[in-house]
Each structure stands twice: as C-alpha cells, then as structure tokens.
Ligand binder design. Structure first.
Ligand code: NDP
Length: 241
C-alpha cells in the first residue's frame, strides 16, 4: 500500500475514521487533501501531516461542488464524512431525513461526480471508497434515517462501480461496525446497548479507526485492482451472527 506520489482527498478528515485515514495515507507517502467542516481540526491535522485543507459544510450541495473543484486534481477519493441522528422511526422528521441524506449520500455523489469527470477528461484510472456502515445491512432501532442513507450509499456505490468501472475508476464501500470515535460514543453510550452489540462481534471488540483506515487504503491501492462494487464489512464477523 505504497501511496508515494499519490494525492488522496479525504472528507471528514478532522476527526475519527477520516482523520485515521488521512494519517495512514500520509504515513504511506500520499499527499492528503483534507475536507471537513471544523477549521480547528484541519489546523491540527495540517500540523501533524502537512495536508492541504478545505473547510466546507457538506450538507450544502453548491458549496460541496465548489470544494470538490477546488480540491482537484487528486488521484483517489475517500467519501468518509457522515452524520447520524437517533430517533424512533415514528419520530423521524423530514428535516432530519433530508439532512442525513444530504451529508451521507448527496455529498459523496457530488464529490465523486467532480472527481470522475476530471479523471475521465484526462483519460486516467482511479479509485473511490465510500465509507458506509453495517447499518446498511441491519435494521438498527432508532437509526431509520441513518440506515436508509447508508443503504442508499451502498446502492449508489454499485451504480458508480458499474458506470465508472468502464472508465477504469473502481468504486467500493467499506461497512464498519461500531468504531471507537466521537460519533460512536454518541450512538453507543448506553452500556446495555453496547454489550448486546459486542456480544455479536466474534472477535470481541469494537473497531479502532486505524483498522478501518487500513481497509480503505487497501481498496484504493493497486492490490485491489480487481475489486469493484463491493460493500465490504469491516466488522470482526458481526455479519456472520
Ligand atoms: P466522527 O463524528 O468522529 O467524524 C466525522 C467527520 O465528518 C468529522 O470530521 C465531521 O466534522 C465531518 N463531518 C460531518 N458532517 C459534516 C458536514 N456536514 N460537512 C463537513 N464535514 C462533516 O465520525 P466517524 O469517524 O465515526 O464516522 C466517519 C464515517 O464512518 C461516517 O460516514 C460514519 O457514518 C461511518 N461509520 C462510523 C461508525 C462508527 O462507529 N464510528 C460505524 C460505521 C460507519 P465536524 O466534527 O466538524 O462536524
């Protein structure tokens, strides 16, 4: 997974899994373009890995398209940024539903459109990884909008793989189980809930962000040159239970 000379755009690079991806890519020689919402996170990341930074709210489609154009050209795209909300199904508002779709599905589409157009115009191959979730496969209580958005992201990944694969651009999703980040703390702070989830993971622990980052980098790399259109659980065997 040597990424020397390559440039990787990572969204949501300020915290959690995205930050781990950015740091892992830099450690393997890549230049990183870090895209996220909180400028302070990018300042500290810049100090750590010397990345280029773009601050944008990915729920704003026009601003996202402009940010993507400003970021290009890059060799690889990682659509990692995501958000969640916990509501009983009957209480999910239209606003929450639309907001989660805007960040978790529409922004990856916009970024990938700009990335793919630029690669195709230059006749270059490429690779995209969309960070989805095991929530795309499972009906987690209180996660209706989130599960729906990640299911949509997996479905869009397959279409992208079908269309863009013909242009030499591979597109895959990774589907982590609970990964110990700020977002996970928000969603899994109830010990009764986390114990139940842990008991269903044969490897017996939640994921570390670095364990997700390594799989993302593998899918970007030439080592995955025949992998296109998968939604790859990174879940310690959770999906086997
Ligand atoms: P974190 O909350 O730790 O980090 C998310 C990052 O995305 C932050 O840098 C955040 O910036 C950024 N982001 C969120 N919304 C926006 C927005 N509207 N515009 C720009 N940037 C935004 O989350 P995780 O690292 O846990 O999650 C990363 C991805 O992994 C998500 O797609 C998530 O769905 C997925 N995932 C996470 C799991 C987990 O257990 N952690 C499990 C399965 C999947 P800011 O803080 O400034 O808002």
């Amino acid at each position: 997974m040597d990424l020397s000379g390559k440039t990787v755009l990572v969204t949501g690079a300020g915290k959690g899994i995205g930050r781990a991806i950015a740091k892992a890519a830099a450690a393997r020689g890549a230049s990183v373009v870090a895209v996220t919402r909180t400028a302070g996170d990018l300042e500290s990341l810049e100090a750590e890995i010397g990345c280029r930074s773009i601050v944008v709210d990915l729920s704003d489609a026009a601003a996202t398209r402009k940010a993507a154009r400003d970021a290009l050209p890059v060799d690889y795209l990682v659509n990692n940024a995501g958000t969640t909300a916990l509501d009983a199904f009957v209480d999910v508002t239209e606003e929450t539903f639309d907001f989660l779709y805007a960040v978790n599905v529409r922004a990856p589409m916009v970024l990938a459109q700009e990335y793919a157009r630029e690669r195709i115009a230059r006749g270059l191959p490429g690779a995209i990884v969309n960070v989805s979730s095991v929530a795309s496969f499972i009906g987690f209580a209180d996660h209706a909008a989130y599960c729906a958005s990640k299911g949509a992201l997996d479905a869009m990944t397959r279409v992208m793989a079908n269309e863009l694969g013909r242009q030499g651009i591979r597109v895959n999703a990774v589907n982590p189980t609970v990964t110990l980040t700020p977002m996970a703390v928000k969603a899994w702070s109830d010990p009764a809930k986390s114990a139940g989830m842990l008991s269903r993971i044969p490897l017996g622990h939640f994921a570390a962000p670095e364990e997700i980052a390594d799989v993302v980098l593998y899918l970007l790399s030439d080592g995955a040159s025949m992998v296109n259109g998968v939604a790859m659980p990174v879940d310690g065997g959770f999906m086997t239970d």
